[in-house]
Design a protein around this ligand. Structure first.
Ligand SMILES: Cc1cc2nc3c(=O)[nH]c(=O)nc-3n(C[C@H](O)[C@H](O)[C@H](O)COP(=O)(O)OP(=O)(O)OC[C@H]3O[C@@H](n4cnc5c(N)ncnc54)[C@H](O)[C@@H]3O)c2cc1C
Ligand code: FES
Length: 264
């Protein structure tokens, strides 16, 4: 974990309230794993006081790319920061997905994203599809869940990586009509799920549903939780979740947890 001032190379709206931010952060980039995150001080004042967690979306050489949605004060300030300015960043934080071991055992990875939960899954898909991760040829299916078709992110990028992409929208404006967790049930009915593992990131109700599905089918699931955070480094206990092994800090022991271990 490092605390560094990093240069903004790019920070632009891609559509709606979604922004793409590229940071020059060679030391953090070198250590980053899929599922880890950065804790960002969006400006140099005490307003807002707290840093904001944002998942590592892509690592390209010395650069870290982030995808974020403007939802409140801090993300709005972040969206106004300019190329050439600097941000105080702590990272990489959290445990990340345990993908190398799973990839050896399970040749089919089903990635499920709800809303902004798509952000860490591109980095994961890229690593899973790297030839060196397993002796087998791995398949990656990504289920992208969004409220409407305008909120679907990263579809093209995932297809370009070689993933099979399926879409679920709440209003049925594209793909399956319903939640990504319902689409997951449908997908599992068409594949040999004994060979698969699930990785998911998104809102808690979606993750809870996926934990149930994975238990029913006895499929391992790694779930990345999006808890509210304060310190982001394990000091304040502001982000704890209840698990079968007691309370765990999402920022330190997580954000990725075994689906079967969480007490919802
Ligand atoms: C490990 C982790 C990784 C994340 N990665 C990303 C990412 O890659 N891209 C991205 O856009 N966002 C991500 N988030 C969420 C992001 O941190 C929040 O959207 C951000 O902190 C909001 O700050 P704000 O001041 O703009 O909004 P606030 O005013 O703080 O909040 C605005 C609204 O968003 C809700 N909210 C804020 N934080 C969270 C949270 N952690 N979980 C659920 N709801 C929240 C609030 O309840 C409120 O309704 C991540 C969160 C975590 C914990
Ligand atoms: S945010 Fe402080 S312990 Fe997790």
């Amino acid at each position: 974990m490092l605390q560094v001032r990093v240069k903004i190379l790019y920070n632009k709206k891609i559509k709606g309230n979604y922004f793409y931010l590229v940071l020059r952060a060679p030391k953090i980039a070198k250590e980053s794993l899929p599922g880890q995150f950065l804790n960002i001080k969006v400006n140099d004042t005490y307003e807002p006081l707290l840093r904001r967690p944002v998942s590592i979306h892509i690592v390209k050489g010395a650069n870290i790319e982030l995808l974020y949605e403007v939802v409140g004060k801090a993300t709005e300030i972040l969206s106004r920061r300019k190329t050439g300015e600097y941000l105080d960043v702590i990272g990489p934080l959290g445990n990340g997905f345990n993908y190398p071991l799973s990839a050896i055992r399970y040749p089919l990875s089903v990635l499920v994203a709800g809303g902004m939960g798509i952000a860490p899954l591109i980095f994961l898909a890229e690593k899973l599809l790297k030839p060196r991760v397993s002796r087998h040829k791995l398949e990656v299916v990504v289920l992208i869940g969004a409220k409407t078709k305008d909120q679907i992110l990263c579809e093209k990028e995932l297809k370009n990586l070689g993933c099979e992409v399926k879409i679920a929208t709440d209003d049925g404006s594209k793909g399956f009509k319903g939640y990504a967790s319902e689409l997951l049930k449908e997908v599992l009915s068409t594949i040999d799920y004994r060979l698969s593992t699930i990785y998911a990131c998104g809102p808690k109700p979606m993750l809870k549903e996926i934990a149930k599905i994975s238990k029913k089918h006895t499929i391992p699931a790694q779930l990345s939780l999006e808890e509210h955070m304060a310190c982001g480094i394990g000091a304040c206990l502001g982000c704890v979740v209840n698990t079968k092994e007691g309370f765990k800090r999402v920022c330190k022991e997580g954000p990725v947890f075994d689906g079967d271990g969480i007490i919802w």
